[in-house]
Design a protein around this ligand. Sequence first.
Ligand code: ADP
Length: 785
Amino acid sequence: MTRDQNKGINLANSENNAGVNPTVAHGDDSCSAEGKAATESFEALYEAERRARAEATARANELEAIFEAMADAVFFYDRQGHLLRTNAAARELLGLDQSPGYHSLPPDERLVHFLPRDARGRPLPEQQWPIHRILSGEGLTGANAMDMMVRLPDGRELEFSVSGAPLRGTKGNITGGVVITRDVTERRRLERMAQGFAREAVARASQLEATIEAMADGVFIYDAEGRLFQANKAARELLALDIQLDFHSRPVRERASQTLVRDEQGQFLPKEQWPLHRILRGEILEGTNAVDVMLRALDGREVLLGTSGAPVRDAEGHIAGGVLIMRDVTERRHLEQRTHDSLDALLAIAEDLVWIPSEASSAEDPLPDTLTAMSIVARRLADLTCSVLGCRRVSISIVEPGTELVRAVAVVGFTPEQELQWWAEQKQQESSLRDSPSQELISILRSHEVLILDMSQPPYNEQPNNYGVRVALVAPMVVGGQLVGLLSLDHGGLEHTYTQEEIALAKAVAKLAGLVIERERLLYERAEARANELALRESHQRMDEFLSMASHELRTPLTTIKGNVQLSKRQLKKLAGKITKPEELNSQIGAIEGLLDRADHQVSFLTRLVSDLLDVSRIQANMLELHIESEPSDLVAIVRMAVQDQRRALPKRTLHLQAPSEMIVPVIVDPERIGQVVTNYLTNALKYSPADKPVEISVRVEENQARVSVRDEGPGLSLEEQEHIWDQFYRVPGVEVQSGSSVGLGLGLHICRTIIERHHGRVGVQSAPGKGATFWFVLPLAGDA
Ligand code: ADP
């Protein structure tokens, strides 16, 4: 409320009416014409005063109405601070209508109820209370208005903006005061909220700013026209933007012509495919949509940048700019490439491992000596190792089994001159692991661990370092717990710290290399064994050829002789029948017949020897042919025929055949060869037993097989002899032929066993010295095979 208003309100009170009253007092003196005139003028004066009074009352009423209608609470106080009047807003605000005694409370008790505090909530000392300040002459208007907090009887906490002024009398003395209170609780709350928001927004913005600046990825922020208006530290470093301060302000096209936007393969990208253009067209570059671009930094470096980004839209959704986030993937690509190369190389080593030279090439190629063969493989391994481990030099030595002599077999990474020198040194230094002075290092290698040798430290720095090696790594090549070689590598003069991964990789490569080298050695050994075997087989073959040739050569004349002998015998018989001969001639013819019989017998014997030799040579050459019939043959018939042959040849001997008479015993066989086996058993039984002893032959069916046995009462065989009689050329020492045919070559039983086994049967003998012998064989029954 202004000072004028205060005046107006004062008018409504009666104090200043004194100025008008004197004229009223003067009016009592008039009585003549003069007096009349005077009376008239008094009336006029009364009238004027009445009007003035009416006007003043009307003004006062107006002001009273305004006072009551005011939204701010208004409090009038007298000089002592007693509350004189309040308007409706004040009464309502403080709930004064509900506490009628409030007005009459002493001044210092009134406000205490409301816990007056300053704007920050601290208790307000009494002399600071608005009414005290006003009564002491202070005006609380404009900037001087004060904020305070109060608690209402109903518990509400309110904030007031309090203004006011002292009321003064005509002499300027303070007659009281007016206090106007406005409830600003809500406004202050909103103001505080707004301030909070503003503070938060600022904090957020600076946080964001700091975050973007601190991001490891390069962040580029553009406006809708593609102007670069912010690039964080990482972004500036990525493209070395700080060396050209006006780069930001250059137009897109100019910037692009400096950075040469290319794809991963280095091909120039058309403008519409530049990441910036894509995001400004509304595309989001992330996930599979992210792209790799190659850029030239302002310092000339070529960098491959993994790029993602998105447009930035305003409140209406229009594109207002865009953000690109770029990460240097050059190193990662190199690593990927390295990993790729390493895997390829490891794969190649693994392939080497499983690759086995074809039989043909190994059989035809002349054998290189072991070291040459290994050097070729080792050199390839060394090359592969170089690419797996990305090192400068790799050498491979083998540890010879037995002697443990260490022999260099390959080195890569030297100049040709260095390599020559290195090989010469290696030849000189060749020694056994056992003689090495550094046994503790060797035991580390033997325990499958790698050695890392710092050549700049003793004792290595005391030796000449011809190749400028800084740090060398030696990995053991171990196969089946045996140290078979050493793989050494270095990075030349470069300081290189071997990571755990590299050490593990070196061990793995050495392990694989060990396997390859060992395999190579075994292949070589096998090839050597094969070569020997080949030579052996060749000599066998020559032997076979000779035997078979010899058999044929012998057989042909034998056949002729036998034919002639038999012809002579028949002719002699015919002749003897035609002529009547004197006694002497008779005995001569008888003698000739005897000679021819013996010759016939000898020829038969020779023929059998030749057949045996021929059979054995065929067996050895794996060329014994069987003519197995598709229809089953009757085993009893085969045996019976062989028995009858022997009965015919040796009519004086007793042969008993026991065989099922009413059924056949079906076997799928070459009947002639089975007959040969039976005959062999029979001739042996007859040969090695006394002439007066019988030979028992039996044919039996047992479950799914047929058994043929030939029992004699000859000398019998010890267990040891039984083991050997089936070997070729074996004859039991001291066993004499007791009757019948002549001694053999020790081939018959060997041929028998081969024939029976080729028929999927088995042979055997049951015997004891002095107890005779039973030779047997079994064959699968037809249909049961
Ligand atoms: P051979 O033609 O010498 O008889 P075999 O291979 O048929 O050759 O027999 C090998 C050797 O087994 C014979 O030399 C003989 O010492 C012994 N042998 C074979 N059959 C009998 C038998 N029934 N009784 C005793 N010894 C035998």
